[in-house]
Design a protein around this ligand. Structure first.
Ligand SMILES: NC(=O)c1ccc[n+]([C@@H]2O[C@H](COP(=O)([O-])OP(=O)(O)OC[C@H]3O[C@@H](n4cnc5c(N)ncnc54)[C@H](O)[C@@H]3O)[C@@H](O)[C@H]2O)c1
Length: 449
């Protein structure tokens, strides 16, 4: 085993490269630099590198001042992969999306591994943090580098998988205080990975293999996807039964053991929950195994935006209005509260369908100034009392803490709240996803029993 590499991690003389400086990579590069390692961030996006070089953070959780204080001192960023030649550790944080047929698109990993194989030095440690199916690290990194460079893993270079678990926008948990799971291709590889990560995260959780660590991440995110789907399904039942799902969940959450609350919403978004379980179910099929739970959860969650559109149509219909030509104001288009990430956000699907049906859709999001919707740039409105009162319906899709929901409710004709952001506001112009809406309909169901 290379004691000198371990020694370099211990005395902080090791150089770390982070490949891919997005929501995962930039905070990680800042953390390794703050931990005392000379860190080289590499990204193919010229725009992102230019922004970082000018000290501008595009990730909400990273403060521009902090970034500036590290730049040129311990943090260096570039589009050029040649800095990999000096790296003792290379951490990969690049996208793992699905293609349009919901099949894993591994092209980003393959491209970056190609570059790593070209430039890495012997004895380097490579860690994959991007989420992927069990077996990815071995198939896409270890065997590629062994073949291309004629090196032996565990002896000439080291490979680990360590899932990124950080929750964007979470003020309590970060890279330092979230336990770091890690698996190595060999015992030597694991020892190297642990030797580095124990200086970055407070608790390191070693597991026996890279495929175990890969499966840990998929278990965590599939667990979320399935539980959110279950609660979204129960939401639809509660609406028919005249029961407030939020009240049910909050009461159930008082049980001190055996229950963890999940909340309904307009659907799931982001780069993790809608995608990661599909990586697992895709790989499972190659083993002749069909993950019905995963597919069912994905089906329910993916249908939530359409369910929400159906509810908007019903609410407007009750007011004697069709969707066509109604002014609909969407509040929050990020996929969850207090973040600026709108990748896979259900708000985009809702916006799109409403527009197709002829609605005049506007949106407001303090974190997302504009975005491209089906090839057309749409821009956030300024949230004034006039904009609110002009809308036929205001739909809360992301419950950012920046908003004063009392003011929204006060000026709106009707509010459809898919996040329970209006909890505690006593008014009769709010309709809540997961609450009873039509007493008459409920009576009809009940008299049939
Ligand atoms: N966003 C999250 O909350 C989160 C949490 C846990 C895990 N993950 C996983 O982490 C991985 C990265 O996600 P992200 O949200 O940071 O993605 P991102 O899109 O925000 O960032 C990825 C970055 O990689 C760059 N890139 C693409 N190809 C590259 C290449 N060949 N070489 C160098 N740079 C390249 C892109 O320009 C981009 O800046 C994904 O696998 C994701 O599933 C994300």
């Amino acid at each position: 085993m290379s004691n000198s590499l371990k020694e370099k991690f211990f005395n902080k003389s090791a150089k770390v490269a982070v490949v891919g400086l997005g929501y995962v990579g930039l905070p990680l590069a800042v953390s390794t630099a703050k931990a005392g390692y000379e860190t080289h961030g590499i990204d193919v996006s010229h725009d992102r590198i230019k922004k970082i070089q000018s000290g501008e953070s595009y990730i909400l959780d990273i403060d521009s001042m902090e970034l500036k204080s590290l730049l040129g001192r311990r943090l260096f960023v570039d589009n050029d992969f040649s800095s990999l030649t000096v790296a003792d550790a290379i951490i990969i944080c690049i996208p793992t999306p699905l293609d349009k047929n919901k099949v894993p698109d591994l092209s980003y990993i393959k491209d970056s591994v190609e570059q790593i194989a070209n430039y890495m030095k012997e004895q380097a440690l490579i860690i994959l943090e991007s989420t992927s199916y069990p077996g990815s690290t071995q198939e896409l990194i270890t065997s590629v580098i062994e073949n291309k460079r004629k090196l032996k893993v565990g002896r000439d270079f080291y490979v680990c998988f360590s899932p990124e678990r950080v929750d964007p926008g979470n003020k309590n948990f970060n890279i330092q205080n979230t336990p770091k799971v890690i698996g190595g291709e060999t015992a030597n590889c694991l020892a190297m990975g642990v030797a580095l990560y124990k200086h970055i995260s407070k608790d390191v959780v070693p597991v026996s293999a890279t495929k175990v660590a890969e499966m840990v991440k998929l278990l965590e995110n599939t667990y979320r996807s399935i539980n959110i789907a279950f609660v979204n399904e129960l939401t639809q039942l509660c609406e028919r039964m005249g029961i407030n799902i939020w009240e049910v969940i909050n009461a159930a959450a008082t049980k001190p053991y055996g229950f963890m609350p999940f909340y309904p919403g307009p659907g799931v978004g982001g780069h993790c929950i809608p995608l990661d379980p599909m990586y697992l179910s895709w790989k499972a099929k190659l083993y002749g195994h069909y993950n019905r739970f995963i597919e069912l959860a994905s089906d329910i969650n993916e249908n939530m935006p359409r369910y929400v559109v159906g509810e908007i149509a019903d609410i407007l219909n009750n007011e004697g209005r069709p969707i066509n030509r109604s002014v609909i104001l969407l509040l929050g288009v990020a996929y969850k509260k207090d973040i600026d990430d709108f990748r896979e956000s259900p708000a985009l699907t809702i916006h799109s369908i409403l527009e197709e049906k002829g609605a005049k859709v506007q949106y407001y999001d303090p974190y997302i100034e504009r975005f491209n919707l089906n090839g057309k740039m749409v821009k956030s409105v300024t949230l004034t009392s006039e904009v609110i009162s002009n809308a036929d319906i205001v739909v809360i899709l992301a419950d950012h803490n920046t908003e004063n929901y009392e003011t929204v409710v006060k000026h709106a004709k009707i509010v459809y709240d898919t996040r329970n952001a209006t909890e505690g506001i006593v008014t009769d112009n709010v309709i809540l996803l997961g609450n009873c809406r039509y007493a008459k309909e409920i009576m009809n169901y009940e008299t049939k029993l």
